[in-house]
Write a new protein. Structure first.
Length: 112
């Protein structure tokens, strides 16, 4: 996969540290939406939050929800990491207005 996306003469880098599927998602969002530089920073933060959530979920799956410390059950800290990452992701998606359909290209007006 290319490390950059070329749109309207702009060369937009895809953050290398993102997971492969997240890079694909990042690329698709950049291709579907008109983004300024500050939007790209927010999109990068959202992608990083998503990757953190996925990593935390893997840790929960591997070690479970609870562990025992000094004979007392404790909640796996990955649960909190996952929850915080999901909240951050959702807020950034809302901030970027990505929870609505991307704008359509100009064409026929919608039917009545």
């Amino acid at each position: 996969m290319s490390k950059n996306i070329s749109i309207e003469g702009k060369n937009i880098p895809i953050p290398e540290h993102l997971e492969t599927t997240t890079k694909k998602w990042f690329r698709q969002i950049v291709e579907d939406y008109n983004m300024e530089s500050h939007h790209l920073k927010l999109l990068t933060l959202a992608a990083e939050a998503w990757d953190r959530s996925v990593m935390a979920q893997k840790a929960v799956k591997e070690w479970g929800i609870l562990y025992v410390d000094d004979g007392k059950p404790r909640v796996n800290p990955a649960i909190k990491v996952k929850e915080q990452a999901e909240i951050i992701f959702a807020r950034l998606i809302r901030e970027l207005c990505l929870d609505v359909e991307p704008p359509r290209s100009p064409g026929r007006p919608p039917g009545l």
